[in-house]
Design a protein around this ligand. Structure first.
Ligand code: RIB
Ligand code: CA
Length: 312
């Protein structure tokens, strides 16, 4: 069958699992990665921006990288060094390439330019808080319609990882998420429902390191901090949260998803940042603005992810 190739933009808060997701996007033939924009989230804007350049160095690529928000729209920044290390990449030794290009254009302007170049074709993959995307949608009201769609790691139909009701990408900037989910763009939402099933296990990263490639050894090294943290919660591996939207775009057959209405809680203290879905309720929202991904064939997902890393 004819393979599709999609023009893609990735907005992220690199982060360990963001980095592995970008390596997968780089390796997958279905994805034509046009650019990377960085937001604060797992780490400061300083660190997430530097990490994007460090990743270009590891991959030997020069994906254009653009700086975005240094703080959420209207709240204090909440970072996650316990999972991603102090530098956001597991505190591994990975240099910034000396020929890194520091572009002055802001993330939201570069994203809009890419969408104009690929009208109704560009897939926007968002792997961190939605601050940059909300800023772009506010500045360019025609952007939601210009995009083909968005695929995000964020939210959860049930549960949370920063409170029992909220996942951190949404919790970090709920006002941004509300603006994006109400914008009219169609969103494939990979929440914790599916991402906590996408676990990379010690045998997997040992296998990758044993290939002897820099990419394989980097994956093993950069997940160790997250592994120490994940073990405390009885997880049998490190969740490849951000690889889920990337692999969904290239291999939707690995997943189970349902169309749903999704709205964001921005007022409550108890449920701030909750992605409220109508999946399990008689009362339905008016709009089905999201495809909520709920399940994945974990073994096939991890096999494809490992093949991506081995191909680098
Ligand atoms: O809740 C998991 C999400 O938060 C992932 O995107 C991870 O990178 C962090 O940003
Ligand atoms: Ca992320």
């Amino acid at each position: 069958s004819e393979m599709n190739t999609y023009p893609v933009w990735i907005d992220c808060d690199i982060g360990v699992d963001d980095a592995i997701a970008i390596m997968a996007a780089h390796a997958l033939p279905q994805i034509d990665l046009l650019g990377i924009s960085t937001t604060c989230g797992n780490a400061s804007q300083e660190n997430t921006y530097r990490n994007a350049h460090r990743l270009n160095g590891l991959l030997g690529t020069d994906y254009p990288v653009y700086r975005g928000a240094a703080s959420p729209l209207c709240r204090e920044l909440l970072t996650a060094s316990h999972f991603h290390g102090n530098d956001g990449l597991g505190d591994v030794d990975l240099p910034v390439p000396p020929d890194a290009v520091y572009r002055v254009e802001a993330a939201w302007d570069a994203l809009y330019e890419a969408a104009v170049k690929y009208p109704h074709e560009l897939r926007l993959i968002a792997l961190g808080p939605l601050t940059n995307v909300a800023t772009a949608f506010s500045k360019y009201p025609d952007l939601p319609e210009l995009l083909h769609s968005m695929l995000i790691m964020g939210g959860a139909a049930v549960g949370g990882n920063v409170t029992p009701a909220a996942e951190v990408n949404i919790y970090c900037d709920p006002e941004a998420a509300e603006l994006v989910f109400d914008s009219g763009v169609h969103i494939v939402m990979c929440g914790l429902d599916v991402t906590l099933k996408a676990l990379l296990r010690p045998a997997d990263w040992d296998e990758l390191a044993a290939t002897g490639t820099r990419a394989g050894k980097f994956v093993r090294d950069c997940v160790q901090c997250a592994w120490q943290f994940s073990q405390k919660f009885g997880l049998e591996g490190v969740a490849m949260h951000d690889s889920c939207p990337v692999l969904y775009l290239a291999h939707p057959e690995l997943f189970r998803a349902e169309e749903a209405g999704v709205k964001i809680e921005t007022r409550s203290t108890l449920t701030l940042g909750k992605t409220v879905t109508d999946l399990y309720s008689d009362k339905q929202f008016d709009e089905k603005n999201a495809t909520v991904v709920l399940d994945v064939d974990r073994d096939r997902f991890i096999e494809i992810l490992k093949d991506c890393i081995k191909a680098i």
